[in-house]
Design a protein around this ligand. Structure first.
Ligand SMILES: [Fe+2]
Length: 530
């Protein structure tokens, strides 16, 4: 269903519900002592369960990252109606400063493919109301799965209008966030083409546990983020900026042990804050790669391409079989899962682009900005060694496995590079026989080609894109200037991505238009427009 455009952002916390009773409850809670100022969220739907999240501020001193404040018992309710007349699950959760007063409840005992409403309460005051959906039963025939797909939401570079626009749709089963949910830089470190649209908190680069908690909390005050979190469950993974730029297992480009301490300590701090503040079901050992199934129609494998990868390299080292982007355990899990899956569509939530991109023919004046975006050194070495292109052996291993096991209907959905692409997945030995397809969604706000050059969209991006396409025939479409989001529609016989770009990321009220659609029909691994 579509939410009436006239409703306020605040009322969008009731997204999809729109019942007068729920609006009244939320309005009462927001008018009283603001116990719940960071919104509500849900994530990782199961046929019988959902993860619920909020953060309570029990006293004025118990601010995020403060480490102070009383232990607080938070009541939660799940109902089949937005007025909470039919509460089907409820309970209490004890939180406190040791977990930054965040609340995560893994609710089970729910019905599959069902819409629920949920809320949290303390001492008779209720949070805003969230709406969520469970996954279909594993063996259910599903005619349509529609997912919002996003990545790279940089606070200082603009407003999160794509989140608002996705929340207003009312027709999504879930949102997939492919990483760079937040950025670690000091204020001014990564702007909108030189402009700080709104200042990050804390203003210094985040390194400590308190720093990461404060930055997470700020992102959770964004009204558009709150609206989308409250509208549908999210299925998320991290990329590098949830810790530091160009992270690998033992360090990061934006980490200096001499001034910022041990990298392991920084990772531990970042991961703890992430676990506290994000609606994600992590494994007992903390790993995030996991699967979410939508009946017989689709299975989504969410990857972690940062925690186990070898350090970025260049030259012939990109072919070194000893280097890895996934790590051995995750590669085994991925290969086994894709080959054994009984779902029609095998969708891979892939933080970093897997298609080969050779931009060696770019003229020097474009190699600067395009290279900056794609991570290409200014010496012109023609690949981005921070994505799968820097880890050829892992890509070959995965592609060869899919081919050897006749695995069809694999679709990678990808973020990270702030631009829009429709690719067929080939390797140097399978140039004319794609094994899968890849849909890359643009950034919510983070800079891309025209932003780096400092010119309006539509001037240099199309030139660069046409050169990239000429050198890479498996790249069917590339658009390097737009910001926005994707909507993935999965049906039994086809899988289609629609790309939407916003008019102006610096305008909180901006709108978006659909700029392109590509789909793949079952069994073929080739893209067709529209
Ligand atoms: Fe990013």
């Amino acid at each position: 269903m579509t939410v009436d455009a006239a409703v306020t952002r605040r009322a969008l916390l009731i997204a999809g519900g729109a019942a007068a009773a729920a609006v009244a409850v939320a309005t009462q809670a927001s008018a009283a002592t603001p116990l719940f100022v960071h919104g509500v969220a849900s994530g990782d739907p199961l046929p019988d369960g959902i993860l619920l999240w909020t953060r309570v501020t029990p006293t004025a001193q118990a601010t995020p990252g403060s480490g102070v404040g009383p232990a607080t018992t938070v009541t939660w309710q799940v109902a089949t109606d937005p007025g909470f007349a039919a509460v089907v699950r409820s309970g209490e959760f004890l939180t406190g400063p040791e977990r930054d007063h965040t609340v995560k409840v893994d609710v089970r005992g729910l019905q599959p493919a069902t819409t629920y409403w949920y809320r949290f309460g303390v001492a008779g005051q209720w949070s805003g109301t969230g709406r969520t959906l469970t996954a279909p039963a594993d063996d259910a025939a599903v005619a349509l799965l529609r997912l919002g797909v996003v990545s790279c939401s940089n606070w200082e570079a603009g407003y999160f209008a794509p989140y608002r626009l996705l929340a207003q749709r009312g027709d999504l089963q879930a949102v997939v966030h492919l990483g760079d949910y937040l950025y670690e830089y000091a204020s001014g470190g990564f702007t909108a083409g030189g402009t700080v649209v709104r200042q990050a908190q804390p203003t210094h680069e985040i390194v400590s546990l308190a720093d990461y908690r404060i930055r997470h909390a700020q992102y959770k005050t964004d009204p558009d983020a709150q609206a989308l979190h409250a509208a549908v469950p999210w299925i998320i993974t991290w990329d590098d900026h949830e810790v530091a730029n160009d992270m690998w297992a033992g360090g990061a480009e934006n980490h200096d042990p001499a001034t910022e301490g041990s990298f392991a300590a920084r990772v531990a701090a970042a991961r703890q804050a992430y676990a506290e503040w994000m609606p994600v079901r992590l494994a007992d050992d903390g790993h995030i790669y996991r699967r979410v199934r939508f009946g017989k129609l689709a299975e989504l494998s969410m990857l972690d391409l940062r925690s186990y990868r070898s350090q970025q390299a260049s030259g012939g080292a990109v072919d070194d079989p000893a280097r890895t982007i996934t790590g051995d355990d995750q590669m085994s899990w991925l290969k086994q899962g894709l080959a054994a899956s009984t779902a029609q569509w095998k969708i891979v939530g892939n933080p970093d682009m897997i298609a080969r991109v050779d931009v060696g023919t770019l003229p020097a004046w474009l190699l600067g900005p395009v290279g900056k975006l794609l991570g290409i050194p200014s010496n012109g070495y023609a690949i981005n060694t921070d994505q799968w292109d820097g880890y050829n052996a892992d890509r070959d291993e995965l592609v060869n496995h899919l081919r050897a096991n006749n695995v069809r209907d694999t679709v990678f959905i990808t973020g990270d590079i702030h631009t829009s692409w429709a690719n067929e997945l080939t390797t140097l030995s399978t140039l004319n026989s794609p094994t899968a397809v890849e849909f890359v969604v643009p950034s919510i706000t983070s800079d891309n080609v025209n932003d780096f050059v400092g010119v309006p969209p539509g001037l240099v991006g199309p030139i660069a894109a046409s050169i990239v396409r000429a050198a890479n025939p498996h790249v069917k479409w590339a658009e390097l200037d737009g910001h926005g989001y994707g909507v993935l529609e999965v049906r039994p016989d086809s899988c289609r991505m629609d790309w939407y770009h916003v008019r102006e990321r610096k305008d909180p009220n901006t709108t978006a238009t659909k700029v392109k659609s590509y789909k793949v029909n079952k069994g073929v691994s080739r893209l067709v427009a529209g």
